[in-house]
Ligand binder design. Structure first.
Ligand code: CMC
Length: 432
């Protein structure tokens, strides 16, 4: 219900339109512009959707000014400390934390559908030995649509539930196969005796004929990393999933489209880009030079892992993961390059004191640190965005489900301001 309106007037025509204002639970209210085209004969222009709310959502709230992130009302700090990734999946999808019985039943039901069809294995063989695993993820996720096509009814709630479980369940297996294909290791199967994240690690790292022993600290670090990446409101990849879903596409294909968007280094590809940047910096003494490059408008270099469209304060996920980085680097044997973390810390310190970064409110984001954790877990650089994709699958599919259940469901179809040539006649090729 709207209790007041915003009036938009066109000084040229003298016409105006009343736009109803809606308040959410938190955050800036919005005014609905649905009647603007009809009343004023105009559309709104908002490059990058910086000022546009594309939907109503009850899943995630983030306040960029104050560094707040809530999933279904629960602060990320509390979920990071007390919850597990699979429980957060349940929360995002169902709106409430599960009871013990509900969680155990959910865990079993995800495990039951976590295996992937054996024929899917053949898809991997088509990739080059050095393919980027994100290209494999995009391809294999798209291929999944063909395995769940004929019996998929996106309008049936039970079918949607099953689809959500399948996507969350299968993502680790699909990702692990990418890793193992590139490493030349035989593909593995899910192990129902292990919990979700431990099972993921087992599928990634186990060696043939050797019983896999998971390091509980490593399992916890990965679980935490996955909780922190599980959902993040209407970001670019989630908006892609929603847009594809709004065309009534297969949810597997929609998730493949989300993965394709995530791959970009302005988005999920940033975790990989941060490590490349740290290697390029190489030594603390070079930091000033790179900071100067980031500030130079004639140089397209940006400090990877800094800045965020919404957070104009410290990213709360970065605060949590920064601490975890210390723990992981201090405790885990595989942290063989401690200089990386030291360089990252020195870079952070210098950038945070720099007027350019202060003025523009550019703080380190979650991906500034997540790569360091993944490195300590022994995960190769090219797999970082894949790890992000496995985690974000929870958010993608929860937002897809919410879209499908939205009474305002309709195909997403933005408009444009056409600035191309005026109408002209075709000129045959020999007369041009
Ligand atoms: N290094 C140097 N300058 C920057 C950076 C950066 N990382 N980020 C933004 N700026 C400058 C930008 O040049 C602009 O300056 P000016 O006002 O003088 O033109 C100003 O800050 C505002 O930047 P913007 O491009 O308008 O901001 P945006 O909201 O469109 O972009 C961003 C957000 C995340 C794409 C951008 O900050 C960026 O490219 N960061 C590096 C990549 C990165 O870490 N991405 C991960 C985001 S967190 C994970 C996720 O949720 O996907």
């Amino acid at each position: 219900m709207s209790d007041h309106t915003v009036t938009i007037s066109d000084s040229a025509s003298g016409k105006s339109v009343e736009c109803p204002v809606y308040k959410g639970t938190y955050g800036a209210p919005v005014f609905a512009i649905k009647d603007v085209p009809g009343e004023l004969g105009m559309f709104t222009l908002d490059p990058g959707f910086a000022a546009t709310a594309s939907c109503r959502s009850a899943i995630t709230y983030l306040d960029g000014e104050h560094g707040i992130l809530l999933h279904r009302g629960y602060p990320i700090e509390q979920l990071a400390e007390h919850s597990t990734y699979l429980e957060v999946c349940y929360l995002l999808l169902h709106g409430e934390l599960p009871t013990r019985e509900e969680f155990e039943a959910y865990e079993r039901s995800v495990e039951e559908v976590a295996h992937v069809h054996e024929h899917i294995n053949r898809f991997y063989q088509g990739y080059r030995y050095d393919a980027h695993p994100m290209s494999m993820m995009v391809g294999v996720l798209g291929a999944m649509a063909s395995y769940h096509h004929h019996n998929l009814d996106i309008w049936d709630p039970e079918n949607r539930e099953l689809t959500c479980r399948r996507i969350i369940g299968k993502m680790p297996a699909i990702a692990a196969k990418c890793y193992r294909y590139l490493q030349g290791l035989p593909f593995t199967y899910t192990d129902p005796t292990r919990h979700h994240v431990e099972n993921f690690m087992q599928m990634m790292f186990s060696r043939p004929n050797v019983e896999y022993q998971a390091d509980p600290k490593a399992v916890r670090a990965l679980d935490l990393m996955m909780i922190l990446h599980a959902d993040h409101e209407q970001n670019a990849s989630t908006s892609t999933v929603r847009l594809a879903g709004s065309a009534e596409s297969s949810p597997y294909a929609a998730v493949a489209a989300g993965a394709a968007t995530l791959w970009g280094k302005a988005h999920g590809g940033a975790n990989e880009a941060v490590l490349h940047m740290l290697y390029e910096i190489g030594d603390k003494k070079n930091i000033e030079k790179f900071v100067a490059r980031a500030k130079d408008k004639d140089d397209n270099f940006r400090l990877m892992g800094f800045g965020h469209r919404v957070y104009k304060n410290y990213d709360p996920r970065a605060t949590i993961i920064r601490q975890a980085c210390h723990d992981v680097v201090d405790n885990m044997a595989s942290s063989d390059e401690p200089w990386l973390f030291e360089t990252a810390m020195a870079l952070e310190e210098i950038a945070l004191k720099d007027e350019y970064f202060i003025e523009r409110k550019l703080y380190p984001n979650v991906d500034f640190y997540s790569g360091i954790i993944l490195k300590a877990l022994g995960i190769p650089l090219s797999m970082y965005t894949v790890m992000f994709a496995v985690s974000r699958a929870a958010g993608w599919i929860a937002q897809w489900k919410e879209l499908m259940e939205d009474p305002e469901f309709r195909i997403g179809r933005p408009r444009q301001l056409y600035v191309g040539p005026e109408k002209r006649d075709y000129v045959p090729i020999d007369q041009r």
